[in-house]
Design a protein around this ligand. Structure first.
Ligand code: HEM
Length: 488
């Protein structure tokens, strides 16, 4: 005899299957379901295309698929999560980032964001985000950032002194946070050894398979974050370096968090950590570019010597330094991209029509709540279809030569024009001015004080958790010959 229970269970299972089949059919019939797709043969049955993206050098897979399929295509996600649309069409991207309260950060990553950064600005959405942003913004205004300049310079001078000592003893260059954290260390000091070692360990750790899988698993099963697994806790509980409270970023952190946002006891992703993680890789890789392009390095040095000034406003306004900074950021965005999920139905306009699998061409994508999007910064910044055949070359001149750049409507939108690294719209990076100021001041001091020569060693770029140079799989390596310049 068939019991009521078995009828109920069969009913539930059947409805579950039917709902999924109906969803699948509706997706397949929709425009989204007919968008070009990265080859299924290149996806793992359980890790989708995600692992291939993570284990290859930053931007490589997105770039290859964009060449193959155009600026809008689908990829398969790890662990059978919904497919994701990768979009580098500039009009479409502008629409997504401008509608920041319709396209929110993926809720799957929120448990991790809370764990690492607390319920702060990076985590907040909607009205909570509007409120927090208003509270924190004054600490990042033009005048606030200007006031930090002199303290940044003091830290950079200290870094130059240490780098000179290291160059004389043939120690490797280590630009990993001396500026942000106000440390006076070099790899030969016990403090320096410990910090450099910890940094390299962190970067190495974030390049492991566990570091790839952990956030995905935590997104699906948030309780995993609490399990006492050593590797997991190491990834989640990175302690920020000590700050004695007098360096500029300690002050900044205090102002922006403690005074106004009342921390709830959870660990905060403080601004100094952000600054360090986000700028160090881009700066190191720009120095490598300059070492590999001695003419550009000499032109930059000549500009700095001619300006003969330590005035921050003067340094910040130098045109070739600005061009080098832009070019470094263009080629080495700190992160792989932004992930967004639509929370309501919408339509994304496209600049370039997309051909669907049924031969139809569309100029916009109808969006359903729950659809996922990735904006790949490396592709936005160096797609040869947009930037031209030298898109992947380091050519600062493109920024200052009349007619060398495509028209503005072809290029990414952002607060530092035509660079996608800081995104745009209501969630534009709040620290972008500080980042640019620091990058320019470090590059200026380094190039004035040292000549950098390429050693011919192959350097690769991986996201770990931000872009970092690797040599033979080893993290945080920058093999450059550093020759101090004598000032008379
Ligand atoms: C080269 C350096 C940097 C890059 C490329 C960068 C990039 C970004 C990006 C892409 C976002 C948006 C993330 C998203 O919504 O998915 C962002 C947001 C943010 N950034 Fe930066 N960042 C940099 C430096 C900094 C610095 C120095 C600070 C602070 C001192 C900072 C603080 C923040 C904060 C608080 C947010 C969240 C803003 C919001 O959601 O309203 N960033 N950054």
């Amino acid at each position: 005899m068939v019991s009521f229970l078995s009828i109920a269970v069969t009913g539930i299972i059947t409805s579950f299957v039917l709902i999924h089949v109906a969803r699948y059919i509706s997706f397949r019939l929709s425009v989204r379901g007919k968008l070009p797709k990265a080859p299924t043969s290149e996806a793992s049955w359980w890790l989708g295309h995600d692992y291939r993206i993570a284990k290859n050098e930053v931007g490589v897979e997105y770039g290859r698929w964009t060449n193959m399929l155009g600026p809008v295509y689908r990829i398969k996600s790890a662990l059978w999560q919904s497919e994701v649309v990768v979009i580098s069409d500039h009009l479409g991207v502008k629409h997504i980032v401008d509608q920041a309260y319709t396209y929110i950060k993926s809720p799957a990553f929120q448990p991790l964001v809370v764990k690492v950064g607390g319920r702060g600005l990076v985590w907040a959405e909607g009205d909570e985000h509007r409120f927090q942003r208003k509270m924190v913004s004054p600490a990042f205004s033009i005048s606030a950032i200007k006031k930090m300049g002199p303290s940044v310079m003091i830290c950079i001078d200290r870094m130059i002194r240490v780098s000179k000592r290291n160059a004389m003893t043939n120690q490797p260059l280590a630009i990993i946070g001396q500026v942000g954290f106000g440390y006076d260390f070099g790899p030969e000091t016990p403090n320096g050894k410990a910090i450099l070692g910890a940094w390299q360990k962190d970067v190495q750790l974030f390049s492991t398979f566990s570091a790839f899988l952990a956030p995905i698993l935590i997104g699906i099963f948030p309780w995993i974050a609490k399990l006492p697994i050593k590797e997991l806790q190491e990834i989640l509980l990175q302690e920020p370096p000590n700050m004695d409270g007098t360096d500029v970023f300690s002050i900044l952190v205090r102002e922006s968090w403690e005074g106004k946002l009342k921390p709830d006891g959870e660990r905060k992703l403080d601004n100094a950590t952000l600054l360090d993680n986000t700028t160090s890789g881009s700066v190191q890789l720009t120095l490598l570019d300059l070492a590999q392009n001695p003419d550009a390095q000499a032109r930059l040095r000549a500009e700095l010597v001619a300006a003969d000034s330590n005035d921050i406003d003067v340094i910040e306004s130098l045109p070739y330094l600005d061009a080098v900074t832009r070019e470094g950021l263009r080629l080495h965005p700190s992160v792989r991209g932004a992930h967004r999920v639509a929370i309501r139905d919408d339509v994304i306009p496209l600049k370039k029509p997309v051909m669907l699998s049924n031969g139809e061409t569309v100029t916009s994508i109808p969006v359903k709540a729950g659809d996922n999007f990735i904006i790949p910064f490396p592709v936005m910044n160096s797609d040869a279809q947009v930037w031209g055949p030298d898109a992947h070359e380091f050519a600062p001149e493109r920024w200052i030569t009349e007619g060398a750049l495509p028209s503005g409507s072809e290029l990414p939108h952002g607060p530092y024009s035509h660079i996608s690294n800081f995104i745009d719209g209501p969630r534009v990076c709040i620290g972008w001015r500080l980042a640019i100021q620091e990058i320019k001041l470090i590059l200026a001091s380094m190039i004035k004080n040292f000549e950098f020569r390429d050693t011919g060693v192959k350097v690769e770029k991986y996201i770990s958790p931000t872009v970092q140079p690797f040599v033979n799989g080893q993290a945080a390596q920058l093999p450059l010959q550093v020759i101090p310049i004598q000032h008379y």
